[in-house]
Ligand binder design. Structure first.
Ligand SMILES: Cc1ncc(C[n+]2csc(CCOP(=O)(O)OP(=O)(O)O)c2C)c(N)n1
Length: 295
């Protein structure tokens, strides 16, 4: 459905219990508010669900369905099918959303099914790069060398041994109408991408980079600055795809990865280890070359 949001109407109430500086809370507010009152959200369990729905309260001023960790996309598919049956699919936005663990790992099967069956749904993955709600465990979207509780740094480990799973590309490979990456540091861009995604028919996918002060071990005042540096160092490219074709890339004046890493405790060891630092530089370099990010 095209967006009919009233920008003055906040559809994500304050008073929830997110940590100070939670990037996910800021991004989720944008997604709900831009989508408008006639929206149904199916939410995977994770921090976002827990901090917004402390019974008997809710932060959601749109219709909102709890789902399991693994099936937000399947629940949204059922909602969409029901709306279609009732002849109302053009009057509502159906959104499925979850964290990176719920999306890239445990909910991957139901997400792929939703994308492949062609449901008219926007899936939003809030990528805080680990399973934060249960204590900072590594997920498929945890970056290389990151220190998490299941990829701890020690004598024989420099943190997470694997690079991020190419989740956006996996979504794009389903030949869906629209897929994009976004960041909580670039709110007008995020708003525009939500609006744009909702204007397409069929499945849409958005991956939003959202720092987590607790899990990334940074000061809660630095959330936006850190998210911005992820983009500006080439570690988190902001791109858009339409039917499998790259249609836009946010160009950057490239900054050294150290500027991003030094603000976060999860990468403290990387700055003391030239080999680890070079690995991270290589990740940024590959992104910069692949997407032609440099201005
Ligand atoms: C099948 C299943 N396994 C594990 C859990 C426990 N669990 C609840 S939330 C969560 C972590 C969520 O991580 P993520 O999806 O990355 O979202 P975040 O909390 O980081 O926003 C886990 C492991 C569960 N609820 N269901």
């Amino acid at each position: 459905m095209a967006v009919v949001a009233d920008p003055k109407q906040n559809l994500f109430a304050s008073g929830h219990t997110a940590c100070a500086g939670c990037g996910q809370a800021i991004a989720a507010k944008i997604v709900a508010t831009v989508s408008g009152k006639k929206t149904v959200i199916a939410n995977a369990t994770g921090c976002l669900e827990v901090f917004t729905t402390k019974a008997p309260q809710t932060a959601w001023r749109v219709a909102w369905v709890h789902s399991l960790f693994e099936n937000a996309a399947a629940v949204a598919s059922g909602v969409e099918a029901a709306m279609r049956y009732l002849g109302k699919i053009d009057e509502v936005n159906v959104i499925a959303q979850g964290g990176d663990g719920g999306t890239a790992d445990i909910g991957m099967g139901s997400l792929s099914g939703m994308l492949e069956r062609g449901h008219d749904i926007l899936y939003v993955c809030y990528d805080n790069e680990a399973y934060m709600n249960t204590g900072i465990q590594r997920s498929g979207l945890t970056p290389l060398d990151s220190n998490t509780t299941t990829s701890p740094v020690g004598k024989r480990s420099r943190g997470n041994p694997r690079p991020k799973k190419p989740l956006l590309e996996i979504a794009v490979a389903h030949n869906i109408s629209y897929a994009a990456s976004a960041s909580v540091a670039f709110l007008p861009d995020l708003k525009k991408k939500v609006e744009k995604a909702l204007s397409y028919k069929g499945p849409k996918f958005l991956q939003v980079h959202v720092p987590c002060p607790l899990g990334w071990r940074h000061d809660s005042s630095l959330t936006i600055e850190i998210a911005k540096l992820a983009v500006e160092t080439g570690l988190y490219p902001l791109v858009e795809y339409e039917y499998g074709k790259l249609i836009s890339v946010r160009k950057i004046k490239v900054k050294p990865v150290e500027e991003y890493l030094k603000l976060q405790g999860r990468f403290r060891h990387v700055l003391k280890d030239e080999e680890a630092l070079n690995q991270v530089r290589e990740v940024a370099k590959a992104n910069i070359e692949r997407y032609g990010l440099a201005l």
